[in-house]
Design a binder for this molecule. Structure first.
Ligand code: ADP
Length: 260
């Protein structure tokens, strides 16, 4: 694959090396971190880097094992089997990425467990097939520990099957590179946005679940690159998405006003 086809990813540390080692050793990887900090981009980058087809599933509370493995579909009176994304990834020897895996229904662990230990197999109950995952196959899951509550967490028996990487908002030099590259703005503007992001994240005492993500800083940069006045761009990208509370919004706007 040409380098230009590889999605841009600015590393924060040795995560690319850890991931490549895990893949070579056929170990599954768990990525934890807040929303919009680069988890999905990292996985897309690594899949392209390693030359693996990528099958991404955004998990939700209705997602079942059948959604991952596949199901029989009825078309024109015929019944035919249709592989789900996990099965497709196993057959193709690719990378299956389950985003926000803790949201998925508990029955999904039944199919994930035999794939994440040294058996590396996927039993397809409905067809009676048992697939042996080829060496290229890798399972990667992510979740946001900030959203956790007691009912939505990974059981130790599941999480202890993964090599785990912790992601967080990148340090300023790294985030500046991301905002510059992804937002299409110059380094000076990128720095101002990153500084502002840091200040917004420090805003305590308000009903903010999470601070402004790197993704939102990129949005603000893109709106500015498209010609939107800086203050308005920050308001719609860095204040409004974070809260509905008038007091909190006023506090966010006050911080924005100190930078733009
Ligand atoms: P997550 O999966 O953690 O919610 P994403 O990977 O979708 O977050 O990141 C959101 C956006 O932020 C990406 O589309 C990209 O523009 C940008 N981004 C964040 N971190 C990085 C990074 N380290 N390198 C490149 N882009 C990044």
């Amino acid at each position: 694959m040409a380098a230009t086809d590889i999605p841009f990813y600015q590393p924060a540390g040795d995560e690319c090396e850890v991931f490549a080692h895990a893949w070579r050793q056929q170990l599954p990887v768990l990525i934890k971190g807040p929303t919009g900090c680069g988890k999905t981009r990292f996985v897309a980058h690594m899949a392209a880097q390693l030359g693996l087809p990528l099958f991404t599933v955004s998990c939700h509370d209705d997602l079942s094992a059948a959604d991952l493995v596949g199901r029989h579909l009825i078309a024109g009176g015929d019944t035919r089997w249709c592989d789900g994304p996990l099965t497709q990834a196993v057959r193709a020897g690719g990378l299956c990425y389950l985003d926000e895996v803790v949201e998925a229904r508990k029955d999904t662990t039944v199919v994930l467990h035999p794939l994440t230990d040294d058996r590396r197999m996927l039993p397809i109950e409905r067809t009676g097939e048992v697939l042996q995952a080829p060496p290229g196959f890798m399972l990667v899951v992510s979740y946001n520990p900030g959203y956790q509550h007691v009912l939505k967490t990974l059981k130790p028996s599941t999480r202890q099957r993964f090599v785990a990487l912790s992601f967080d908002f990148p340090r300023p030099e790294v985030e500046c590179e991301v905002v510059r590259h992804e937002g299409g703005v110059d380094a000076e503007l990128a720095w101002r946005l990153v500084r502002l992001g840091g200040q917004l994240r420090q805003l305590g005492g308000h009903d903010l679940d999470e601070g402004a993500s790197t993704r939102l800083l990129v949005y603000a940069a893109r709106l500015m690159a498209s010609g939107m006045p800086a203050r308005r761009a920050c308001e719609v990208a860095l204040a409004e998405p974070l809260s509905d509370e008038p007091d909190t919004l006023a506090a966010l706007r006050a911080v924005i006003d100190t930078q733009f």
